[in-house]
Design a protein around this ligand. Structure first.
Ligand code: OOG
Ligand code: MG
Length: 255
């Protein structure tokens, strides 16, 4: 029997102190990995962070290929992970952060269990260009499926751009990330499960199964549309999503 609380503490401490840890050696199944995630997030809530929604992972071929895993995963988002659009991060808060372009959903109504894409769309208050900062707590950013799930699916930060009218067709929008003005990641929202709404449909089911159904006001991150890129001090990261606008942040220069 894995010691859920002990593994949760190890991963939470690694995140808190920005110190890499070894991959889990203990045999653990997927259900236990999600228990570790819940327990480690419980420690963050106990320190005053609040749940704001969930993130989906491995919803595009590019992300699956980069990390060598092909099972959809999810993680919990808190207000402590929010980075203001246009804000600056201190890289020392992270182990080895990477950035990836995503689409964020904002819910106007609860969305729970098995829902149709149409129902998912009807529950939306807005959609936005978003950048996720992922940061595996495992050494060398290497992990198994259960490792990454236990580590809250590498959730670390999110930058959400302006909310747009969800009535627009967002199934195939061009997405470009410039780093210091140079185009570095180019993709389409269609890379996310063929249509990012499918990520929200999957999130509604997974959240309900976990006993934490999606609520009005929740943010759901659809998953990276391209492979992630490593962050370095001094960078300016800017995502443009066709028809939706921009989300951007800076990494503070080395001290
Ligand atoms: C796991 C998290 C995956 C995504 O958008 O696919 C993810 C990782 O790559 O570290 O956030
Ligand atoms: Mg992501």
């Amino acid at each position: 029997m894995p010691d859920i609380a002990q593994l949760a503490a190890r991963l939470d401490d690694a995140a808190r102190h920005a110190e890499a840890v070894a991959q889990l050696e203990e045999p653990i199944d997927l259900a236990d990995a999600y228990r570790v995630q819940a327990a480690s997030m419980g420690r963050r809530y106990a320190r005053g962070e609040n749940r704001i929604g969930m993130k989906m992972g491995f919803t595009s071929r590019a992300k699956m290929a980069q990390m060598g895993l092909d099972t959809m995963i999810w993680g919990r988002l808190t207000d402590g992970m929010l980075i203001e659009d246009g804000g600056t991060i201190d890289i020392r808060r992270f182990v080895h952060p990477r950035v990836e372009p995503e689409i964020a959903f904002l819910l106007a109504a609860p969305l729970s269990g098995i829902v149709t894409p149409l129902a998912a769309r009807a529950a939306l208050a807005g959609i936005a260009p978003a950048l996720e900062i992922i940061d595996s707590r495992y050494r060398d950013f290497k992990f198994s499926l259960t490792d990454v799930v236990a580590d809250n699916s590498s959730s670390s930060g999110l930058v959400v751009g302006p909310w747009a009218d969800p009535a627009i067709d967002f199934s195939n929008l061009g997405m470009i990330v410039e780093i210091d003005g140079v185009e570095r990641m180019i993709g389409s929202s269609a890379a996310i499960l063929g249509n990012p709404i499918r990520s929200l449909v999957a999130a509604a089911k997974l959240a309900q199964e976990a006993g934490e159904p999606l609520q009005a006001g929740d943010i759901v991150m659809a998953g990276g549309a391209t492979a992630a890129e490593a962050l370095a001090p001094g960078q300016h990261i800017r995502l443009t999503v066709q028809h939706l606008g921009h989300a951007e942040f800076r990494v503070a220069p080395a001290a």
